[in-house]
Design a protein around this ligand. Structure first.
Ligand SMILES: [Zn+2]
Ligand SMILES: [Zn+2]
Length: 307
């Protein structure tokens, strides 16, 4: 039956089938370029398509690559649909932040006004950012700490899955969140981005440092600045979760040190961690870095406790 087709009709059939299959996923202009670059000059004249290709071959290749990428993503999305990180509902669309509309309403994003030093959100206040009551009294060794989400359900569940169940499906969401929050725009111009280190023993247990994964997630274009080798956790402190602020400080005293030969004199440094709870860990890291000559230390965390 296939052989009954004249050869020109065969290519027309293939092209139409190809067009139909990609048209659902790829923007029209990219489709045309991809199609043209693929088939010209064999069918260009025969099929009577009128393309005006002003792009250089290099651009066409880039379009082809982008189109193929989109197509592969859409195809894998069909085979393995993404789902809500919180309730597991499957998505039919291609979204980056994997919260369904219903669950998203329960996720609290940190928005101004918040404490200009420690990032504590003022949930029932209006106006500009200002210092909270803690920061009016105490001194931090970092100049500023910012968080993206308030650390409470359902965010705790997502972070727990990431840290302890090694679920990586959340990473595209974390990366997209960093870009979606306009208040975080000021985070730039750092010499080093340093993930808060785990002690070697805990690193072996967990298999990865969540802060390092987050740093790569937040700054995919600045991976050359991410340096996990500057700061070292020298004592394996017990888990901080159930300790009070005072006990946490005692627990972490001299827990960090600078690796020999690390170049941090007069450097601007951004610390990255998963959660800001009392700020003790970040403060100890910042103190260690400042003592060793860092010019400025700021901190960015995925989440932050409410108070
Ligand atoms: Zn959901
Ligand atoms: Zn504060």
């Amino acid at each position: 039956m296939w052989n009954c087709f004249p050869s020109q009709n065969k290519s027309k059939f293939i092209i139409v089938a190809y067009q139909a299959s990609v048209s659902a996923f790829i923007p029209k202009r990219e489709q045309m370029l991809f199609f043209a670059a693929f088939l010209v000059p064999q069918t260009y004249g025969n099929m009577g398509y009128k393309f005006t290709i002003k792009e250089t071959p290099k651009n066409i290749l880039q379009y082809m690559r982008a189109s193929t990428n989109n197509f592969c993503k859409a195809f894998s999305g069909l085979l393995f649909p993404k789902s809500c990180l919180i309730c597991g509902a499957k998505f039919i669309d291609q979204r980056k932040i994997l919260f369904c509309d219903c669950c998203k309403e329960n996720v609290s994003f940190i928005k101004p006004p918040y404490c200009s030093k420690c990032g504590k959100p003022f949930l029932h206040a209006a106006g500009d950012n200002h210092l909270c009551s803690v920061c009016l009294k105490s001194t931090w060794h970092f100049s500023k700490a910012q968080g993206m989400l308030i650390y409470k359900e359902p965010v705790t569940k997502v972070i727990h899955n990431f840290k302890y169940n090694r679920s990586t499906s959340c990473l595209s969401t974390f990366s997209a969140l960093k870009n979606a929050l306009p208040e975080l725009d000021e985070i730039s111009d750092f010499d080093w981005i340093i993930p808060v280190p785990l002690h070697m023993k805990r690193l072996k247990q967990r298999g990865f440092n969540q802060a390092q994964v987050l740093a790569s997630c937040f700054f995919p274009t600045e991976k050359h600045k991410i340096n996990p080798h500057i700061l070292e956790r020298t004592s394996d402190t017990p888990l901080q979760t159930n300790l009070s602020g005072k006990d946490r400080r005692r627990n972490l005293r001299k827990a960090f040190s600078i690796r020999n030969g690390a170049d941090i004199k007069r450097k601007k440094i951004l610390l990255v961690d998963d959660v800001f709870t009392t700020g003790t860990t970040l403060n100890e890291c910042a103190q260690t870095l400042r003592k060793a000559g860092a010019k400025d230390v700021q901190a960015l965390t995925l989440a932050r406790v409410e108070d």
